[in-house]
Design a binder for this molecule. Structure first.
Ligand code: NDP
Ligand code: MG
Length: 388
């Protein structure tokens, strides 16, 4: 792609937190190089129609059939075409005009569209970390085979991606992912026994969708990110570390063999990593606030509390095991978060239910994609029936 060339972008999950930030980046670009070519959501009809009217994409799709029926004549007078469900997602990501696909559907539901886009050779801006947690080796093999660039949107992985440019792959000693510690940093397990979904949803530094907000409170988000980092950057498990950094200004670091640590800093705003991935390899001015280094502020670091937040160790274990372990952990976590959000299980039950599903699943070290979906379905079912 020549520098500055126009990019047709498909945004999968356009009505979500990442999707809306991406459209704000595209709006700020004002048609210079980024065009919203396709938008996909699940059931947020009104917002998707509003986005379609503003951005005039070629295609939109809704994966919920009832929601699709509600669109009716809302697009009359536009040239926007409404496509059908997952087939629609596949059609828009594989369209010859599509250059980049922002994968920002939440959960394992984001895998199929991402897979289809890689198969068609499209550049991927990857927010949906669950895709790599479930099927990291298969996805990365496919990307290599099709010569596809996997550009991270997750802020930690975007930071690592940028810091890695300071050396050669064989000069990396380790990557250090930063974690804000979430809303319950410093709390004991006893204090967390009765927290409500509302308390867990209040993140101190980031504003995000509900699933990842709960993942941030349990530290499962960091567990998923450790696995994501391993596959995305082809690291050995012992090369991936986590440090708690409550200010969320350093988004992650790379330590090289000579002891140099290279970090990326910016105010916590997801539009920056999204913008970098959409414009890569160029850097352009964008809508994000700048870091004011003339103000007095401090950056703090502490080790994660692995006893109170056992999800992190689940992530390390799964990263080391590979195979079907990621699919089991991810599906169990999605089901457990959903039960916690509807107040069926407690906050501390989330890691317990995940532990049980991980222990009971039939581990396969070299699964096919079909085998991963079977593990996903079984783990979800187990957690739906799991009793505290
Ligand atoms: P949200 O819950 O805010 O948005 C999810 C999006 O996915 C919505 O557009 C939703 O549509 C759509 N969606 C949900 N279920 C389905 C489905 N079954 N099929 C198709 N589309 C579906 O999530 P976030 O934006 O917070 O997160 C998106 C992804 O990005 C996650 O994987 C998350 O881990 C990752 N991420 C998010 C960050 C953040 O700051 N939010 C940071 C780093 C990574 P609808 O509105 O119609 O329900
Ligand atoms: Mg992150």
């Amino acid at each position: 792609m020549p520098p500055g060339a126009e990019q047709n972008v498909v945004v999968l999950g356009s009505t979500g937190s990442i999707g809306r930030s991406a459209l704000s980046v595209i709006e700020h670009d004002a048609g210079r190089r980024l065009r919203a070519f396709g938008l996909a959501a699940h059931s947020s009809v009104d917002l998707l129609v509003e986005q379609a009217r503003t951005f005039q994409p070629r295609y939109i799709t809704l994966t919920c059939p009832d929601a699709r029926a509600r669109i009716n004549g809302a697009l009359s007078g536009t040239r926007v075409e409404l496509l059908d469900s997952l087939d629609g997602i596949i059609r828009m990501v594989q369209a010859p005009e599509t250059d980049k696909v922002l994968s920002a559907i939440v959960g394992a539901a984001g895998l199929e569209g991402t897979w289809a886009a890689i198969e068609a050779g499209k550049t991927i801006a990857l927010a949906n970390k669950e895709t790599l947690v479930v099927a990291g080796p298969l996805i990365m093999d496919l990307a290599r085979e099709r010569g596809v660039a996997m550009l991270p949107v997750d802020s930690e992985h975007s930071a690592i991606f940028q810091a890695l440019k300071a050396g050669q792959p064989n000069e990396v000693r380790r990557v250090i992912l930063t974690s804000s510690g979430g809303p319950f940093r410093g709390k004991t397990a006893r204090e967390l026994a009765n927290v409500t979904p509302e308390q867990a949803l209040k993140h101190p530094t980031w504003s995000m969708g509900p699933k990842i907000s709960i993942d941030s409170a349990t530290l499962m988000n960091k567990a998923l990110e450790v696995i994501e980092a391993r596959w995305l950057f082809d690291l050995r498990p012992e090369q991936v570390e986590v440090v708690v950094h409550p200010e969320s200004v350093i988004h992650s670091m790379v330590e090289f063999v000579d002891g140099s640590v290279v970090a990326q800093l910016s105010p916590p705003d997801m539009r920056l990593p999204i913008q970098l991935a959409l414009n890569y390899p160029d850097r352009v001015p964008g809508p994000c606030p700048l870091l004011d280094l003339t103000k007095r502020f401090s950056l703090n670091f502490e080790p994660p509390d692995r006893e109170t937040f056992p999800c992190l160790d689940l992530g390390y274990e799964v990263m080391r095991r590979g195979g079907t372990a990621g699919a089991a952990l991810n599906a169990a976590n999605e089901a457990a978060v959903s039960r916690f959000l509807s107040s069926e299980i407690g906050f501390l039950d989330i890691p317990r239910a995940c532990r049980a599903a991980l222990d009971h699943h039939n581990f396969d070290p070299r699964p096919t994609l079909d085998a991963l979906w079977r593990v996903d379905a079984a783990a979800r079912q187990e957690v739906r029936r799991w009793k505290p």
